[in-house]
Design a protein around this ligand. Structure first.
Ligand code: NAD
Ligand code: WQD
Length: 336
């Protein structure tokens, strides 16, 4: 059985759908601080069977020990954490507690249960403002915000753990910009409040929940002046987790850090145009000042994941927009 901490969240649900489709048994574990039980019901509709889900907190030793006692877990995919960059600056201790302390409590429970395989949700923000793109895994690690520092700290904790316990198999997956939804439209991204990220903002404009998109900055040194990112379809990302999990299940007994991205950079306006094509909806938008902390451009060199995990992203920006729209159109208020 594979444990997915934070399994009721956006990436967790999609990964669970892919793992179940590949024949894995999964158990989800979530405190529902940023997700809803309805998401798990939708996953069950996709899977065509019940999916065990335990409510609890990764920071609770009691919750974690109970979970490992009740289920025979062979590997962990660790999604649970907080992910809003702006909020991490305002509430740093909450972010260190959830993301770093939460991981320490999980790892201690894994040691007690003798589970030594983990796939960790890291982030491209461990690179901060990279010197160049495409960004390889060997690029300097200098996160530019608290959230990114929590991710780098956990990477370092896992590397130190591996030095002390070389029989562990550890995959650190650095995601670029996950977007899109399951092709069924049953599950997708459902942020609380005003979306920070581009794609959910665009889809909420498309269904009339927001009047217009503000494009943060039109004077970057990029082809059209707007920020360039590596958007990756969440189903490709989920398949990347499957590849990494299967790698840990072969007991390679090493730490591997891999970028999960497409290797393509698209601007904000590229994404808006692609979304308009995919949805047939006009997206009113206006260029405003740059957002503090944003970088001009970053996209992945994903070749290492291809070599070591046999995984490459398959889906296009048009696929991402089509599936994001399909989800939002069918669920204009998300899981509410
Ligand atoms: P999400 O918020 O949808 O999912 C995270 C889940 O973890 C939520 O269901 C939340 O309720 C749960 N959770 C949070 N703290 C918990 C705790 N202490 N105990 C138990 N459950 C807890 O976010 P997501 O987009 O699915 O991201 C999953 C992981 O991937 C996160 O660690 C995030 O930092 C990382 N990541 C996300 C992105 C992105 O853009 N979405 C990019 C890079 C990395
Ligand atoms: C993308 C582009 C914005 C909203 C963040 C985290 C990163 C990772 C993914 C977790 C930028 C522009 C956005 C809007 C806009 N998450 N934009 N109007 O900032 O690349 O990455 O999410 O690990 O760590 O930092 O993603 O979707 O916020 O922005 O113009 O209303 O869209 O300026 O160029 P970002 P994003």
């Amino acid at each position: 059985m594979i444990l997915l901490t934070g399994g009721a969240g956006y990436i967790g649900l999609h990964t669970a759908a892919v793992l179940i489709g590949a024949g894995h048994e999964v158990v989800l574990f979530d405190n529902f601080s940023n997700s809803k039980p309805l998401g798990v019901e939708r996953l069950e509709a996709i899977a065509g069977r019940p999916v065990p889900c335990v409510q609890g907190d990764v920071r609770s030793r009691q919750d974690m020990d109970g979970l490992f006692d009740q289920h025979s877990i062979s590997a962990v995919v660790h999604f649970a954490g907080l992910k809003a960059v702006g909020e991490s600056a305002e509430q740093p201790l909450r972010y260190y507690d959830n993301n770093v302390t939460g991981t320490l409590v999980l790892l201690e429970a894994m040691i007690r249960a003798e589970v030594r395989r983990i796939v960790f949700s890291s982030s491209a923000c461990v690179y901060g403002d990279p010197d160049f793109s495409p960004v390889p895994e060997s690029a300097a690690l200098r996160p530019a915000n608290t959230y990114g520092r929590t991710k780098l700290m956990v990477e370092e904790i896992l590397r130190d753990l591996h030095i002390a316990a070389p029989d562990w198999s550890i995959a650190l997956l650095r995601y670029f910009n996950p977007v899109g939804a399951h092709p069924s439209g049953l599950i997708g991204e459902d942020p609380n409040g005003i979306p920070n990220n581009l794609m959910p903002f665009v889809t909420q404009v498309a269904v009339g929940r927001r009047p217009e998109l503000r494009v943060f900055g039109g004077d970057y040194p990029t082809p059209d002046g707007t920020g360039v990112r590596d958007y990756i379809h969440v189903m490709d990302l989920a398949e990347g987790h499957r590849a990494a999990l299967d790698w840990t299940l072969c007991d390679p007994r090493e730490v591997l850090a891999a970028n999960l991205g497409t290797g393509c950079g698209y601007s904000v306006l590229d994404l808006v145009k692609a979304f308009e094509r995919a949805s047939g909806q006009a997206i009113p938008h206006r260029i405003v000042a740059r957002r503090a902390g944003d970088v001009a451009a970053n996209w992945a060199d994903p070749s290492f994941a291809g070599q070591r995990l046999g995984w490459t992203a398959q889906r296009t920006l048009d696929d991402m927009c089509r599936d994001a729209w399909n989800w939002q159109r069918q669920n204009p208020r998300g899981f509410a």
